[in-house]
Write a protein that binds this ligand. Structure first.
Ligand code: FAD
Length: 469
């Protein structure tokens, strides 16, 4: 079997290499450190954690990241094995001794006879004679390779910063205050004229909100990030600072919108929420990209009428982050449509975080292994955490209906909003009394977690005969 080349020995590349070798497929893993560094990496270790040492919640019964941990363990993940072996106490979270963790991954890969580690920077797309390649060069992909990828995919399809607006769980929005309507009832392609959820504000609410945005505590850019403000995606608080009316003439303009609950009262300002995934379980806050600190975002955005009890699937941010418009460019098994010999994995595909990047590395490794072995491997079902995350990357986003050509794909952590809704009756109700709110939400998470793990186990079982494990 000819070797699969992997570019980048981070979280995704290391896991992909391990999965390939476990399936009997040789690997050449190209990592540029220590010959060339990035602005965030400090060592020459593989799978270096560049910031926090946490893999977040390890609760596989009620937390989506805990579920994906469990699925990765079921799939024989090296990243999870090394994390489990090098845990430090962190309550319900899985946190690790970062050096011991990276050391364990580096040693395991170096000891694997089917893996060759080549310390070199790859400066262009892989030549055709390399055969199968996985590019897993992460959010800080070196500039020459990034330029080569951009030349292949088109400039518009590779972003160098993310500008993320917060995303909410639809079922936490108070629809007795908000209403569905597109501005001027405009019907775009595939739309209904009722594509947005609108949250109304009166003058006093608007003024208090603007004051809170301006006073709110913000994060700063790292020195090496510069200040990447582009036209059309200024942080909401920067717009607020430009004058009290700026937002009312920008993303919060009330024109063309009528409050369905108060027909005779014109809203002074309106926050619009746009559907974020095909399932309709998530909505994003249109134009609300922000550098406010996470705690401040929750506090300030819950001042918006209708969002008092909003649950956030992800909060906003602006970071240096190299990532592809994957739903457009990649097929269902992470291959570049224009060059199917190349797969992408990790954060460059538009997932976010150590765990998610490693999980996508695991899938890319398994897909490449199946191909190299000449067997078929269907993508994991979308009800599993693997499948839900993969579906976010390769499919389940929406294209903005009123801004043609504008990307609506944003990097995302795993969360239950990415999973298909449960079938009615999937949650057992308590006998003789009503479900309380929190109890029902927990029961829903428990049922989604159980369903995911069972589906993942079944998928791995089906894949097993093809693997030479
Ligand atoms: P990486 O882990 O970055 O690995 C990519 C590898 O590719 C690197 O080793 C790099 O040296 C190598 N490489 C790049 N270009 C080339 C090339 N041309 N040739 C050869 N090798 C190359 N996530 C969290 O979960 N928690 C956090 O607290 C957190 N904080 C972060 C802070 C910062 C400043 C940044 C930038 C990211 C942070 N992330 C965090 C995100 C996290 O780093 C990524 O999700 C994760 O590391 C991505 O894994 P990856 O394998 O895709 O990329």
């Amino acid at each position: 079997i000819s070797p699969v080349h992997i570019i980048g020995g981070g979280l995704a590349g290391s896991e992909a290499a391990w999965q390939l070798a476990r399936h009997g497929v040789p690997v050449i893993l190209h990592e540029m450190r220590p010959l060339r560094g990035t602005d965030a990496h400090k060592t020459d270790g593989l799978a270096e954690l560049v910031c926090s040492n946490s893999f977040r919640s390890d609760d596989a019964t009620a937390n989506a990241v805990g579920v994906i941990h469990a699925e990765m363990r079921l799939a024989g993940s090296l990243i999870m094995r090394a994390a489990d072996a090098n845990q430090v106490p962190a309550g319900g979270a899985l946190a690790v001794d970062r050096e011991a963790f990276s050391d364990a991954v580096t040693k395991a890969l170096a000891a694997e006879p089917l893996i060759t580690i080549s310390r070199e920077e790859i400066t262009g797309l892989p030549p055709a004679d390399w055969g199968r390649t996985i590019i897993a060069t992460g959010p800080l992909t070196a500039p020459d390779l990034a330029a080569a990828i951009s030349a292949e995919t088109g400039e518009e399809a590779l972003a160098f910063f993310d500008a993320i607006a917060p995303i909410l769980h639809t079922d936490s929005i108070d629809m007795s205050t908000c209403w569905f309507q597109s501005r001027y009832d405009k019907i775009g392609p595939g739309g209904t004229g009722k594509d947005y959820i609108n949250c109304p504000m009166d003058k006093a609410q608007y003024e208090a909100f603007i004051a809170a945005l301006i006073a709110g505590d913000k994060t700063t850019f790292h020195e090496w990030e510069g200040t990447p403000y582009f036209d059309g995606c200024l942080p909401i608080e920067v717009m607020a600072e430009r004058g009290p009316e700026t937002l009312r003439h920008g993303p919060m303009k009330p024109m063309g919108l009528t409050n369905a609950h108060k027909l005779d009262e014109k809203p002074y300002a309106v926050v619009q929420l746009r559907q974020d995934n095909a399932l309709g379980t998530l909505y994003n806050m249109v134009g609300f990209q922000t550098k406010l600190r996470y705690g401040e975002q929750t506090r300030i955005f819950r001042m918006i009428p209708g969002l008092e009890n909003a649950e956030f699937a992800r909060l906003g941010g602006l970071h240096r982050n190299t990532y592809l418009n994957s739903p457009l460019l990649l097929d269902a098994t992470l291959r570049l449509k224009s060059r199917p010999d190349i797969r992408f994995a990790g954060q460059i595909t538009g997932c976010e975080g150590y765990v998610e990047s490693a999980a996508i590395g695991l899938l890319a490794g398994r897909f490449a292994a199946a191909e190299a072995l000449g067997v078929k491997l269907a993508p994991p079902p979308p009800i599993s955490a693997f499948g839900a995350l993969l579906n976010h990357i390769t499919g389940g986003h929406l294209v903005s209906d009123d801004e043609p050509g504008k990307r609506s794909f944003q990097p995302m952590n795993i969360n239950f909003g990415l999973f298909p809704p449960l079938d009615p009756g999937a949650i057992e109700k308590p006998e003789g009394r009503r479900f309380r709110g929190k109890e029902k939400a927990l029961a829903k998470k428990n049922a989604m977690a159980r369903r995911a793990l069972a589906a993942c186990a079944e998928w791995l079982e089906e894949a097993r005969p093809q693997a030479a494990e």
